[in-house]
Design a binder for this molecule. Sequence first.
Ligand SMILES: [Zn+2]
Length: 688
Amino acid sequence: MNNNKIIEEIRKLSDLLSLYQNAYYLQTNPLISDLEYDRLFDRLLFLEKGNPEFVLPDSPSRRVGSDFSQDIPEVLHSIPVLSLDKGYSVESIRDWMDKTISKAGSELSFIVEEKIDGVSIVLYYKKGILNLAATRGNGSVGNDITANVRTIKSVPLRLTEDVDIVARGEIFLPLAEFEKLNSLQEVPFANPRNLTAGTLRRKKSIDVAAVPLEIFIYEGFMDNTEMNHVEILTFLKKLGFKVSNSIGVFSSSKSLTPSLNSGNKESNSLWFRGDFKSLSGYVKKHTKERENLPYEIDGLVIKVNEIDVRESLGFTGHHPRWAIAYKFESPEGTTVIKEIDVQVGRTGRITPVGRVEPVLIGGSTISNVTLHNQEYINILELAIGDTVSVSKRGDVIPAVERIVDKNEDNIPVWKMPERCPSCKQDLEIKGAHLFCVNSECPDQVKGKIFFFLGRNQMDVEGFGPETADYLIEQGFIKTIPDLYSFDYTRLEGLPGFGSKKIKLISNGIKKSLDQPYSRILPSLGIPELGKKAVELLIISGLRDVDDLIKIAAEKDVDKLVSIKGIGERTAEIIINEFSSTIILDLIKDLKTAGLKFEEKEILKQDMFPQIFSDQIWCITGSFENYKPRSLAENEIVKRGGKTTSTVTGNTTHLLAGESAGSKLVKAKSLGTKIITEEKFMEILNNNE
Ligand SMILES: [Zn+2]
């Protein structure tokens, strides 16, 4: 094939595929089958691979991203990219409209758009081709993230007309996609916006392509245009941009918005129009209905429709005078980051914690916010002194939602220290987090002792965190075994330690010697060895810690993995930990102190009330809380029940999960008691 033919075919394929892509993503109206689309796409990729010099700048293949690692360069905006002034009530919006009309000295119309809670983007098109996509940055300098933005399917790479235009829009992640993706994150994001911002900063565009980001365009800038905003929005649609249909047009007289009265009816028939009196109702309706939107909005934007008036109104230092944001009330509070401290957890994980000016949110005063790790801080671009919006979603630790105002002292984005704040050893990166790997690190040791004493672990009475903190700070207690060897009478006479208190502590420690092995082992804080895993080990017959030490010495992964509910990762950790001299010495010392490292009986009856004795259970279907199903089996067996794999006349109960089939039918015909997962959990809880 000669070059001209190749160029021609590439051009043709690119055109066709672009058309199909736009029909699919912008109008959700596929023109051809997926199979046919893939065939054409593969052909284009084949030609482009062999002839990289002929790849078009708007090639649809750029949608898939590349694994080429790029830095994020800075670019200068050719238009001022400003943020909006804000109002918090309909009255303040009406006031602003009145003032604007009197400043303009003429009648005006206003557009009300949704304020999408996403990442602001500026798209530069030259002769209809996407040339540059830049973040807002500080308003005059942003970051060039063109390669990443090209992968967003609803961003047109080529417009329907060869125009030079700058478009502003908001990139966002639909809520459903956010829920799905966020559950897979090592550090979950506080909101879809932060996940979107994190995605757009990714170094490989192929990673961005994997996230179904979306865009709405709400502004277009062209030289020498006579169009008003309504006409611009209509034109943007025509060019192939995705424009929200949730738009209200408010004017005192119909003659101000002729483009809505005639022509273009089709493209903006969904838009609302009314007079100024109807604004309040419109705002109320949208405030209420935002809960039902598939994406997050944090307010509405009200703009002057007449572009020539916009120009004469101009800007304040920070905001355009022709637009204002109406902000919804939200369970968020605004505060200032005073300091960022670094905490060392019991596993050595380093976590930055923001100290903020106390602020009341949803009835509780917040003075700390979690910042997770360096990447999280980078995404927020957070510095000490910044004013931030803080939220409490669900019952999680408060999180920074966004920066409201940068500090005025040019303090740079905060950086993690290179050394452990507790022991000064160099930190190591593992996955998304930094760790101190010094097992003698004072903060880690303290964390381990706190954990051991805690209510959910050894539950040592009379030994609160203040007591533990004091004894560790004084150097009386340095390790977990010290708790058992320390002579507590030595505390006599020290401030706060009366003989009554000392007796309480010693008794608590003495009583903790009676705790069973199934409680002691999880209290050591070995990763992956929580209560559930230890229970599974014991049920499987590994009732003595020496069994685990032996398995570790023989590196017998298979033996562990064969236990129902124990995965490969847990098995490997058990083998590592029970070969380490630190753990072995700890166990030896605690044994000497009198703690039990074996479970004599299969499981002590008093641990689990024998509510299922004389019962025969069959389990079928799939479960949300019991994966694999054997976990449910364990619950039954340790409470005295028997299990069977088939439903017979002897079966007393059928535990039926989702999509239970023939066994359910059989159980019904035999009159066997049928128990749902929910009911089952209720039974367990009521008999705890
Ligand atoms: Zn350390």
